[in-house]
Each structure stands twice: as C-alpha cells, then as structure tokens.
Design a protein around this ligand. Structure first.
Ligand SMILES: O=C(O)c1ccccc1NCC(=O)[C@H](O)[C@H](O)COP(=O)(O)O
Length: 208
C-alpha cells in the first residue's frame, strides 16, 4: 500500500491549492492560538472551501475548550479532528467527526509505551506519532527514533516530527507507516509552504 501524505500548518488558500496539486492526501489547519501557524475561523473556512475533492481537511487542536471546537465545526467544513494535547478519550469522542490522537513518543516507553496509551482511545481513527514528550506541545520540527514506531498496531499510524525531503524515504523504510505528516520541513517561513520543498518531499516519498 502506498504511504499517504498530510501537510500540516496550511495558512492560505494558495498553499492549500499548491500542496493539493503536488498530490497530498490531507492538509492540516492549526487551531492552537500559540502556534505560528494558527488560522482563524474565517481563514480556515476559506481554505477548506477551496481544496479539491478527495483532499481531507484536518483540524488540529491542543487542549482546546470543547465549546471552541464546536464553534469551529459549526463554520469550518473539516473532515477529521487531530488532538495534539492531553485530551482524554472521553473528550475526543464527544465531537461529531472522526479523530486522530497525537502521541508524544519522547519518554513514552517509561510511562507504559505506545500500545497502553493508544488502547485507551478505541474509537480513534488513527494515531499520529510525533517527537514531543507526552503533555508537551508538538510541532517541534525534531525527529525521534523511527525504529520505535509500532509495527503491528491494528490502526493506521501517521509518522510526524522533523520530516524533510531528505529523510522521508528513510523514515518510511524504517517505520512502514500508513502516512507521513510534515510541516516545518517544507516551509520557507513558519506557515508558508515552499513549492520546491513540497515537490521534493513528494518525490522523496516515491523513493521509499
Ligand atoms: O505546527 C505547530 O505550530 C504546532 C503547534 C502545537 C502542536 C502541534 C503543532 N503542529 C503539529 C504538526 O504540524 C504536525 O502534526 C507534526 O507535528 C509535524 O511537525 P514538523 O515536525 O514541523 O514537521
């Protein structure tokens, strides 16, 4: 099965169209106010309405108030939610959308490991493994040991954290994941995606 690609931290219609034309399967919109890639409801609505069919729109939240998530969902046509903080299983399942749970892999082995963490979220659509410590914010731009990515978990695994055009093929070869997720590795500035880096990233995936 081919490895899918999500590009996170899209902040403009132009970038959404550019990465869609490059062949990505999903775009991520960051609704975390402290992020340099944060979008507001008006921007996000415009972006989601502009993306072509069959490109999945993912809303990233980090320990947001439930009412804020509901307010976003009332206006922005998101397909999937991504919870990147310390959200509980009960929190994640309360919204009328499928969700992915981000898992901070740093130090996770000492606190029970991936399977124990993921099993708490039986209704998650998949798990995004990122390089941050549990409880810390993600989007660090750092990699982690890809041999630690679970190989036999019965849900899709999305690999994130410090991926670049140069390392994505090796990351896919070592981890055999369902999808990869990249943000800073294809940027010219925070929140601004560089067409040449996006194309090189997609080509790098093809070399895996
Ligand atoms: O992008 C952010 O600013 C951000 C802030 C807080 C939590 C998560 C954030 N981003 C997550 C992502 O963009 C991706 O899911 C992933 O972590 C990849 O990021 P990168 O390492 O920059 O490729």
């Amino acid at each position: 099965m081919r490895c899918r690609a999500k590009i996170c931290g899209i902040t403009s219609v132009a970038d959404a169209l550019m990465v869609s034309a490059a062949g990505v399967d999903a775009i991520g919109l960051v609704f975390y106010p402290k992020s340099k890639r944060h979008v507001d409801i008006a921007q996000a609505t415009e972006i989601c309405r502009a993306v072509p069919p069959f490109v999945t729109t993912v809303g990233l939240f980090l320990d947001a108030q439930p009412d804020f998530v509901r307010t976003v969902l009332a206006s922005v046509p998101l397909d999937v939610l991504q919870f990147h903080g310390s959200e509980s299983p009960e929190y994640c399942r309360q919204f009328p959308r499928p969700y992915m749970k981000a898992v901070g892999m740093k130090g996770l082995a000492e606190s029970g490991g991936f399977t124990a963490y993921a099993d708490r979220y039986p209704d998650a659509q998949g798990f995004l493994v990122d390089s941050h410590a549990p409880g810390a914010a993600g989007g660090t731009g750092e990699t982690f040991d890809w041999t630690q990515v679970p190989q036999d978990y019965p849900k899709p695994i999305i690999l994130a954290g410090g991926l670049t055009p140069e390392n994505v093929a090796e990351a896919i070869r070592l981890s055999r994941v369902y999808a990869v997720d990249v943000s800073s590795g294809v940027e010219s500035a925070p929140g601004v995606k560089a067409p040449a880096l996006v194309q090189a990233f997609m080509a790098g995936m093809g070399a895996a």
